[in-house]
Design a protein around this ligand. Structure first.
Ligand code: SF4
Length: 423
């Protein structure tokens, strides 16, 4: 099944090993996939404010799943389309435990990472590159009293950073005794806590339901344990070559490491080499009984095009709400008039708009249409006298598609279409 959405983790996956750069090769593959109409999604444990530098490198990204799946942000609309915050009493229990130990922690809320400056002395950097750490620290929002902040804000995630000291087991036991939180450790010594059931896979599932995409139409990439649910959800769950063993076991496929442009390699293999060009086709030519008299114009040569193209059947007159069977129409002075003299121009335009919408949503630039039809005809149509006389002109849908840059072929031009694609 054709991929309609690509979701990817950041650190260890989209980002090069420096945690800062998206390589030109990976960026080009993702941009080409996006131009084909595939939605692109970043799914990260980071919060929104810490990925602006990434989005500057890949500005075409459509959605961001952040804070390990607590929030889904629609970049086109500029709004959160899904949230699943931690309950206030759970936040209070976690914060009470953390406040009673000498540890460094952050509260993810309002798309930012919030901390208390006086706790910075407890921060231990285990392996983050200095340049990334500088950038990260600058993105933090400091508060005088973090526990007060916790009481007054919706908390997406609580992150206890790199602690491995003498209190490790004690704190871990207390945190793990709290029932309704989920915990992951994408990096050794790091404990990230969200509300139970929050993870990147659940957020992706929710988002795909909104977009009417099935899991089979989703490709996801990850390397760490907080990517496992997202890899299990997607039809194309792909572990990076540098992924943890658990991650590789959860994924259906494996690609190269992030240092070897693993995302680009998998997109090349599973999308670019596998995908067929898209083609709108008048549904009656494919055998659908949608003609005015309830029959069809089935043509085997056209049905067989499915081996070379992803065919998208359209019947503008049905989209416009006209019944089957119906009294035939022809175009007179730009209006669709039936043989009985009724005016169906509005229905014809409605059907044309819906067809254009489908073409745009599918990122489809080619159409093979029924010749001479008052909707689908292109170049020649009947003259409105119902006498079989042809005149120069276009059907209403063909005209709208043509005005919007869609290349149109008639059913007698299959060879020309194949030649144009080099088949
Ligand atoms: Fe065929 Fe187009 Fe007429 Fe529908 S509107 S029956 S697809 S010619």
């Amino acid at each position: 099944m054709a991929v309609k959405l690509i979701a990817m983790d950041l650190d260890g996956t989209l980002m090069a090993p420096d945690h800062i750069t998206v390589t030109e090769k990976t960026k080009a593959a993702l941009e080409k996939a996006h131009d084909m109409g595939i939605k692109t999604v970043i799914a990260t444990g980071r919060t929104l404010s810490v990925i602006h530098d990434v989005l500057e490198q890949v500005p075409f990204i459509d959605y961001v799943i952040y804070s390990n799946g607590a929030v889904v942000y629609d970049r086109c609309k500029g709004i959160n389309i899904y949230t699943n915050f931690m309950p206030a009493d759970t936040v209070e229990k976690v914060v009470d435990i953390l406040e009673s130990y000498p540890v460094y922690y952050e509260l993810y809320a309002n798309g930012s990472s919030n901390t208390q400056k006086s706790k910075a002395v407890f921060f231990k950097n285990k392996d983050l590159p200095a340049e990334f750490l500088d950038f990260y620290m600058q993105s933090l929002v400091n508060h005088d009293n973090l526990s007060e902040f916790a009481k007054n804000n919706d908390i997406e995630k609580i992150n206890l950073f790199y602690f491995d000291g003498e209190f490790y087991d004690e704190i871990k036991d207390k945190l793990f005794a709290i029932e309704n939180i989920d915990r992951t450790s994408p990096v050794s010594g790091d404990i990230e806590m969200t509300f139970k059931g929050v993870n990147k896979g659940a957020a992706l599932d929710n988002m795909c339901k909104e977009l009417c995409f099935t899991p089979d139409e989703v490709m996801s990439f990850g390397d760490a344990d907080n990517d496992i649910e997202m890899l299990q959800f997607a039809g194309y769950g792909i572990a990076m070559g540098n992924a943890s063993e658990d991650c590789k076991a959860a994924a259906k496929y494996e690609t190269l490491s992030n240092g070897e442009d693993g995302i680009a390699a998998a997109i090349e293999k599973y999308i670019f080499h596998a995908s067929k060009p898209k083609l709108l086709v008048s549904a009656c030519l494919l055998g659908e009984n949608c003609k005015y008299n309830g029959s069809n114009n089935y043509t085997k040569e056209i049905a067989d095009l499915k081996d070379r193209f992803e065919l998208i059947p359209i019947c503008p007159e049905c989209f416009g709400g006209l019944p089957i069977p119906r009294v035939p129409n022809e175009i007179t002075d730009g209006r669709a008039i039936s043989k009985n003299g009724e005016d169906f121009t509005a229905e014809y335009h409605d059907g044309a708009e819906k067809t254009l919408y489908i073409a745009n949503e599918s990122n489809c630039c080619y159409a093979l249409l029924k010749e001479r039809s008052p909707s689908c005809g292109f170049g020649k149509i009947y003259d409105g006298t119902f006498s079989g006389t042809l005149v120069d002109g276009n059907g209403i849908t063909a005209d709208l598609l043509d005005q919007n840059g869609i290349r149109i072929f008639g059913e007698s031009q299959v060879k020309k279409l194949l030649d144009e694609f080099g088949f």
